[in-house]
Design a protein around this ligand. Sequence first.
Ligand code: NAD
Ligand code: UDP
Length: 342
Amino acid sequence: MHTQTVALTGATGYIASHVVVALAEQGYNLVGFDNLSNSSAAVVERLEQLIDGPFAFHKVDIRDTATIAEALQQHQVDAVIHLAGLKAVGESVDDPLRYYDNNVAGSLSLLTAMRDACVNQLVFSSSATVYDPDQPSPLTETSQLGPINPYGRTKYVVERLIDDVAATSDLRAINLRYFNPVGAHPSGLIGEDPVGTPNNLMPFIMQVASGQRDELSIFGNDYDTPDGTCIRDYIHVTDLANGHVAALNALATVTTSEAINLGTGTGTSVLDVLRAAEQAVDRPIPTRVVERRAGDGAVSFADPALAADRLNWQADLTVAQACVDHWRWQRQNPTGYPDLSG
Ligand code: NAD
Ligand code: UDP
């Protein structure tokens, strides 16, 4: 049987690096594209260690349509997993042009390159931020959409772009709506390496645990939830990566485009995550309760039924396991990946 070749954009990023390992384990041929704007070239070496062989990597921007089209042709790519994107909500509020250019114009360029290279299978990294934050959880794919910041709106727009192209061409696509990815590969060789102060809960907690930061700010404990802190759906990045393998397999059954949630279906509060992290790191983590963060909804978790039905996939790993794995990555790489730029 023909071995499928899959191209990943954003290939050296946090989530894509785990997808590379999951796909390599299934025997896919792989090629990676990244402009290294938010990741390190050191990831390529780590991946080659993990997959025990070479990883075809191109340092390229997805807005460079001609180079991407040429590489898709050169590697005879069958399907693309599009993970490249900027993802900091606050930054997107301050600089929407940069976000629309990178995320929307970048996706437009990629879709053009795919058309030019006759590649008609796509899996796109969308996000639960496309949902209206006032919608009740569990969120299903038919819950009301309504992103409330430019980052979320770029994801919404790209989903519609993909839907429109798929409706009028032979493109077949799945828009995966990720909930909250956490954890790291159990080897401790790859993981999340945030630049500057982490925005997300888990990397922040781990940096407090390792002494790089003094305390965790808990953004509000007066929400209408059992312990007063916000509830989210934390999904282990290994489960998320396996969801991409399942989505690739399911593309054969997709005729145009579909949106599918990747979440666990379980809501976990900030205090629950904190307790799991304290268990994993075996020390208390200092905290302080501060004001609510603007834009945070009280509760957001997935209904993962469609993923079970369409992808034959479900999340298996717990938040406790994600904390253990993230802590291993943190301890082995206290300052993240080595800087290969100089
Ligand atoms: P990441 O920043 O670690 O990875 C994204 C990668 O894309 C980076 O390596 C970056 O250098 C690359 N990139 C950005 N713009 C590019 C461009 N124009 N050309 C080429 N490469 C480019 O982020 P991640 O957490 O791995 O996220 C991957 C995808 O998943 C993103 O699209 C993100 O929006 C989406 N997502 C992430 C989360 C999350 O919480 N991590 C949640 C929902 C959706
Ligand atoms: N959070 C927090 N302190 C932090 C970072 C996050 O209390 O330093 C809370 C935040 O209010 C939210 C949850 O942790 O309720 C998850 O936040 P994150 O930014 O990781 O994900 P998202 O807001 O995108 O769901």
